[in-house]
Design a protein around this ligand. Structure first.
Ligand SMILES: *[C@@H]1O[C@H](CO)[C@@H](O)[C@H](O)[C@H]1NC(C)=O
Ligand SMILES: *[C@@H]1O[C@H](CO)[C@@H](O)[C@H](O)[C@H]1NC(C)=O
Ligand SMILES: *[C@@H]1O[C@H](CO)[C@@H](O)[C@H](O)[C@H]1NC(C)=O
Ligand SMILES: *[C@@H]1O[C@H](CO)[C@@H](O)[C@H](O)[C@H]1NC(C)=O
Ligand SMILES: *[C@@H]1O[C@H](CO)[C@@H](O)[C@H](O)[C@H]1NC(C)=O
Length: 507
């Protein structure tokens, strides 16, 4: 892959030609199921390839995994719609001629954000977080456009300009961060007829999350059904049946697939609803068999405002003196006897000389960010057993702190493929969970087997990945590096654009 330091990446053009094969294969994969005229498509590809070969014009491609930090031009503002919302929410009559769909600034076209009734987003955010379900999961979710309040307590362990990039970010806040970022995006348009893609700002995770622990499945589906009824009445939905629409979901996919759940009891059935079949959604953990689920990183507390803040952080974690071999951060809420998390927590306490243990059930993790961050900064590796589902937010906390993740399930590598390096061994360690359980493998022995140089190389890859899994906090919309949000949005816009070009070709 590519040099590690972002300095080397300035204005780097993505190597598009090398991605042609991947892009083509992806297109084939996407189109094969939905279009019977597959062979016609193959012919189309050949013609396209020929034209490309002659004209040397790079074809559209999926987000480039190798270009991590590239300087971009300051974003031009599109003011959010004010009181003449009517024109926007009717989404019908153009007042002026549509802007050309593809420009240098917006190569994959423009986004139209629906002005949904507030019951589907703003009203779902409780400002009073004390009256919530078991773990107060909604506290602070809306503060500071979803980034949370500043983590000033980090002043004690971080230099001045660095602690200012840290916030108390709630792990379920993605829907709010994306909404805010899209409203300010340079490719947002207020004219639906000039849009390539349509964003539905529905806070599905917040709508469903409130009712997950109550025995009333109808409540979990209520907002989802009503929202779909609303959007299906929109003219631009009717034109496409939703295939150029997308949204963000801040909870794991399993919370929305009740009809696929063996007991048919957990979660909402939102993602089982036929109308959602063609809608792309960014989601923190995807269903591996569903192309429309695009897994995106959980938000961590790190939100640099500028490229300089980011580079400074990367240098800081690279040079940090790490005194422990590994760490384990977890929250022991009655883990089962044979839960690997429990086994590893006990192991970590036993190997206290090599391991930093943080049990968030007894530490003040949510209110004092130093507790977790200092353990991660001070360790070479961090153990990442799977959580209640395949993924856990702590993987991203670990990477942001420049610690090398240790995975115990291969399924961990099947998520976030737009964001994490393609070669698992380049940035992580894999130890089979069975071998840990039956005592065949000692975690400490495995980790001690890596030389300083091998660890340095892995860490360099981890550090190179930081911008790709980070949600920046653009000041007044000015961004100076490509972050997780940009990668996600570019990828889905590109996909929708390809679909549209294919449909036009068939017409
Ligand atoms: C939008 O709808 C409202 C009420 O349905 C109507 O009064 C208004 O003229 C419409 N605006 C446009 C631009 O179609
Ligand atoms: C907030 O929660 C507290 C404690 O549950 C309650 O007493 C108070 O009335 C709530 N305030 C609002 C505005 O809902
Ligand atoms: C939840 O609902 C199911 C079926 O409707 C019922 O069998 C079960 O007892 C209920 N559980 C609780 C805790 O109310
Ligand atoms: C949308 O779905 C309806 C009902 O399934 C179908 O009749 C219609 O042709 C579809 N439209 C498009 C553009 O795919
Ligand atoms: C936060 O945690 C750090 C590290 O455990 C500790 O040194 C510090 O005193 C704590 N700060 C507060 C305000 O509790």
């Amino acid at each position: 892959m590519v040099p590690s330091s972002p300095e080397a990446q300035t204005m780097k053009k993505p190597p598009k030609n090398t991605n042609f094969v991947t892009s083509t294969l992806n297109s084939v994969r996407i189109h094969f199921s939905s279009h019977p005229r597959f062979w016609l498509f193959i012919a189309f590809l050949w013609i396209q390839a020929l034209i490309i070969f002659i004209a040397r014009t790079p074809p559209p491609c999926f987000p480039d995994r190798t270009a991590d930090v590239s300087a971009t031009v300051p974003a031009r503002y599109v003011a959010p719609p004010s009181n003449d919302d009517d024109a926007a929410s009717n989404a019908t009559l153009p007042e002026t001629a549509p802007a050309p769909p593809y420009t240098d600034e917006c190569p994959s076209g423009r986004i139209y954000a629906y002005d949904l009734p507030s019951m589907y987003n703003k009203d779902l955010v409780l400002t009073n977080c004390t009256d919530l379900d078991p773990w107060n999961w909604e506290c602070g979710i809306i503060t500071n456009h979803g980034y949370g309040r500043a983590a000033t307590e980090l002043r004690r362990i971080l230099p001045e300009d660095l602690y200012k990039s840290w916030y108390h970010t709630n792990q379920y806040t993605l829907e709010i961060i994306f909404h805010h970022r899209i409203l300010k995006h340079k490719c947002r348009t207020l004219q639906p007829e000039s849009a390539t893609a349509f964003y539905i700002p529905f806070y599905a995770g917040l709508a469903v999350g409130k009712h997950l622990w109550m025995n009333d499945t109808a409540k979990r589906d209520k907002h989802c059904k009503m929202m779909l009824r609303w959007v299906k009445n929109q003219p631009y939905w009717m034109k496409s049946n939703g295939s150029d629409h997308f949204m963000t979901i801040g909870r794991i996919t399993w919370d929305f697939r009740r009809l696929t759940d063996p007991g048919k009891s957990w979660g909402s059935s939102f993602l089982n609803m036929p109308s959602m079949n063609k809608v792309s959604r960014f989601i923190v953990e995807k269903y591996p068999g569903d192309e429309m689920d695009v897994s995106v990183p959980y938000p961590t507390g790190f939100h640099p405002k500028t490229r300089d803040n980011l580079i400074e952080w990367q240098n800081f974690v690279r040079d940090y003196k790490r005194s422990s071999l590994f760490s384990f951060v977890g929250e022991n809420r009655n883990w089962a006897e044979n839960d690997l998390r429990r086994i590893l927590m006990n192991y970590c306490y036993k190997e206290a000389g090599a391991c930093r243990a943080v049990d968030c059930a007894v530490s003040e993790c949510p209110t004092n960010s130093s507790v977790v961050l200092s353990a991660l900064l001070e360790s070479e590796f961090c153990l990442q057993p799977k959580g209640d589902s395949f993924t856990r937010k702590e993987v991203f906390d670990c990477i942001v702190a420049g610690s090398v993740p240790v995975f115990f399930w291969k399924t961990d590598y099947e998520q976030y493929e737009w964001f994490l390096p393609g070669e698992p061994e380049s940035y992580s360690v894999f130890i089979d969970h069975e071998e840990v359980r039956n005592g065949k493998t000692s975690v400490k022995q495995v980790l001690m087997g890596y030389s300083k140089e091998e660890i340095r190389k892995k860490r360099e890859k981890v550090i190179e990945t930081i911008p790709r899994i980070t949600y920046g906090k653009p000041n007044a919309g000015i961004r100076s590096f490509k972050d997780a949000f940009d990668i996600a949005l570019d990828g889905v816009l590109e996909r929708i654009k390809e679909e549209k070009e294919w449909a036009d070709f068939l017409r």
